[in-house]
Design a protein around this ligand. Structure first.
Ligand code: BT5
Length: 242
């Protein structure tokens, strides 16, 4: 049964089954705004670049449909990942919870969450968030985990409520202090800054030292003193700087 409720100032529709909560939010983007779409079952979960998001029942599949200036899309990913990290850290206070550029949250170096931003109708943005609450995939090239595996018993509803609170808080920091402050906080919670990484994009790869992000959220790679800036890509951690 589809349930419609409210959470803070958001309208929230929870479906029993959907192809993808992002696709449903995109379909609704003409007529709706400030809407959260979730589903108990997701049959075609998407990652970036047409990848698959493994969606086990009991996990969180959530999409937030909102008006957001297109030119500030980059900021939104970083605001969301900070709020997600904070929610997960609150639930797992003992764990090492880090953000992996641009959009993953890692618990003890294992991926627990991913974010997918898409553009809907009328300058609306859909932010898709997947969090492994009860179960994580085993057959993935990266190590993965879930809140349950790390020792936290919780459910989608408690997670969403806490997350929306943190989202409002981080958005408030962005509104008051701007992207400078978001970048500063993000860098203090990101994995691998000052360390050697490999970044791959469209079958090309480059190795260098991760020098942080710029004010547009782009990754700064220092290759023996030459700076290269990345909008997108997949990061692999190699280790400490020499
Ligand atoms: C992401 O893409 O991490 C974005 C995932 C967004 C999923 C949410 S669920 C709600 C909403 N509706 C959707 O249809 N999507 C969003 P990317 O950075 O491309 O990472 C995808 C990669 O993560 C895959 O290729 C796998 O290697 C790995 N992966 C897949 N499922 C995973 C899972 N459940 N847990 C951890 N890693 C996973």
């Amino acid at each position: 049964m589809t349930q419609i409720t409210k959470i803070n100032s958001w309208r929230w529709i929870d479906y029993q089954e959907l192809d993808s909560t992002n696709d449903e939010a995109l379909r609704l983007s003409q007529s709706e705004n400030k809407l959260i779409v979730t589903s108990q079952i997701q049959t075609k979960g998407k990652g970036r670049l047409g990848r698959k998001w493994e969606s086990f029942e009991g996990n969180l599949f959530m999409s937030m449909l909102m008006s957001w200036p297109l030119s500030e899309n980059n900021a939104l990913v970083f605001i969301i990942s900070l709020a997600l990290r904070q929610t997960i850290k609150k639930m797992l206070p003992q764990a090492d919870v880090k953000i992996k550029w641009p959009n993953d949250v890692l618990v003890n170096d294992k991926k627990i969450s991913g974010i997918l931003l898409e553009t809907g109708e009328q300058e609306k943005i859909v932010v898709g968030i997947g969090v492994n609450i009860k179960k994580h995939p085993e057959n993935i090239i990266y190590p993965t985990t879930s809140l349950l595996k790390e020792g936290k018993i919780t459910d989608r509803v408690d997670f969403i409520k806490m997350f929306i609170g943190y989202f409002d808080e981080v958005k408030g920091i962005y509104n008051n202090k701007g992207m400078d402050e978001i970048v500063k906080i993000w860098q203090s919670q990101a994995k691998g800054i000052g360390e050697k990484i490999k970044i791959t994009i469209l079958n090309k790869e480059e190795t260098g030292v991760f020098d942080g992000i710029d004010n547009d959220g782009r990754l700064i790679l220092n290759i023996d003193g030459n700076i290269k800036i990345y909008n997108a890509g997949d990061v692999f951690f190699i280790g400490k700087k020499n």
